[in-house]
Design a protein around this ligand. Structure first.
Ligand code: SF4
Length: 437
């Protein structure tokens, strides 16, 4: 019998899904778990992942039952009921979401019954059971989103023309989520749509209530949130526009816009003019760097990506299609359901490169580091990954760009790589990293 030791964690446990709730203004998670769970999750998804914390409900002020030994013996539902009652009176929230971890699940606390007992409360109270032994924070994200969207009922209200819900980005886990969504919103507005975004500044529960009224849903990811979109189609009949990546760089951004235009029957003349302006601007700035590129002798021709599926695909497409780099190996380090492996491999072939693109699905974050030690690195590949991979890149003398969790313990503000501007940012990061290494 062989044993496999996984190392270098790049995901949180399922309880980490509560960060999806924290990204929605007005939604207050009530934690029903051990006192150390919150900090455990925070360490992977927030603090050392771009120096993030939640706002306006900060982690350290969240109501928590601090599940203890006596709760293990007598059950923790009484304490949970009291905690929810006090939270309803004390916090300025619009919705409350009980999230429960491992110990309540092991002792059999009926968390759903506690949530239902608040059906007459002044705000909706729902629950998402997120014991860490059931999966990672992506499973938790899905359960939280379902629970929050559960407050929308099943009635199909009148559709608001041109309003679109935006899904596919996992807040906090994707360290660039906030800036990405902000710019996603700007892009959709620029082409005549009305984005309904659930996470980030000025968004939240008020937008959750608008979800059933959207003309269609956009899911910009290879697999995340497709389950949510399927449920919304079933409940409200909302059509889906699925694009497998977050558009990074001009090739993907223009393709995304053209496919979206065809789907939503937008004015194609207007979109083509927009694309032409944006591409002209992108190449203007690239051309202003040509002398520098000519002088720099260290530019990598190859790259290795170690990240979640969505980031891996988005960055790979830009590095190949816009910068002409060669993919050496792609490690997808989140637990992607096996049903999606073949489909996702297909997305990686849909690029301007005829050679093979080797994609590895693994939940062992340390696999890339051990394989790179024996790899032919004469092409000086640039590494795109997490803070774990920064250490590997330094040891191997290779350039490195941080793109995925855990990104590192420094604040990133609104930094992102979305769209045409994101392509320029990636180009500059690539040049700077190659020059420095
Ligand atoms: S795995 Fe369980 S005990 Fe550990 S942090 Fe997650 S919820 Fe808490």
């Amino acid at each position: 019998m062989s044993s496999v030791c996984t190392e270098q964690h790049r995901v949180g446990c399922a309880l980490g899904g509560y960060y999806t709730a924290l990204a929605m203004e007005g939604v207050l998670p009530v934690l029903h778990c051990g006192p150390g769970c919150q900090e455990q999750v925070q360490n992977v998804l927030a603090l050392v992942n771009g120096g993030q914390n939640a706002h306006p409900f900060q982690e350290m002020f969240l109501p928590c039952t601090s599940f203890s030994e006596s709760d293990v013996v007598f059950g923790g539902t009484d304490r949970l009921r009291k905690t929810v009652s006090m939270a309803i009176e004390s916090y300025k929230a619009e919705m409350m979401l009980i999230v429960s971890g491992c110990t309540p699940a092991i002792v059999g606390d009926d968390v759903a019954e506690v949530a239902e007992s608040f059906s007459d409360a002044k705000m909706p109270v729902r629950c998402a059971e997120l014991p860490g032994f059931t999966g990672n924070n992506l499973l938790g994200h899905s359960r939280v989103l379902r629970a929050v969207l559960g407050t929308c009922g099943r009635e199909t209200p009148e559709v608001v023309p041109r309003m679109v819900n935006v899904f596919g980005i996992v807040p906090f886990y994707d360290p660039f989520w906030d800036g990405t969504l902000e710019n996603f919103g700007y892009l959709l507005r620029a082409i005549g749509l009305k984005p309904n975004i659930l996470y980030g500044r000025g968004n939240g529960y008020r937008n959750v209530k608008k979800v059933p009224r959207a003309e269609f849903n956009i899911v910009a990811s290879p697999w995340i949130d497709l389950d949510i979109a399927a449920e919304l189609r079933e409940r409200f009949g909302t059509p889906l526009f699925h694009y497998p990546a977050i558009p990074v760089g001009p090739v993907e951004s223009s393709r995304f816009l053209r496919e979206l235009t065809a789907f939503s029957k937008l004015d194609s003349n207007h979109i083509e003019q927009y694309i032409s302006d944006m591409e002209e601007r992108y190449y203007y700035y690239i051309n202003r760097s040509l002398s520098w590129i000519h002088e720099c002798r260290n530019m990598s021709k190859e790259f290795i990506v170690i990240s979640g599926a969505s980031s891996a695909l988005s960055f790979t497409r830009c590095l190949i299609n816009d910068l002409g780099l060669i993919p050496k190996k792609i490690y997808i380090t989140e637990d992607v359901p096996s049903d999606y492996h073949k489909i996702i491999r297909g997305y990686f072939k849909d690029v301007a490169y005829d050679g093979p693109v080797e994609v590895i699905f693994t939940d062992d974050g340390g696999l890339a580091a051990s394989e790179m030690r024996d790899m032919d690195l004469s092409g000086r590949p640039i590494i795109l990954g997490s803070a774990w991979d920064d250490a590997s890149a330094q040891n191997l003398g290779l350039p490195y760009i941080p793109i995925s969790a855990p990104l590192g313990d420094y604040p990133i503000g609104s930094k992102n790589y979305f769209g045409y501007e994101g392509g320029l940012s990636l180009f500059c990061e690539y040049c700077a990293a190659c020059d420095k290494a």
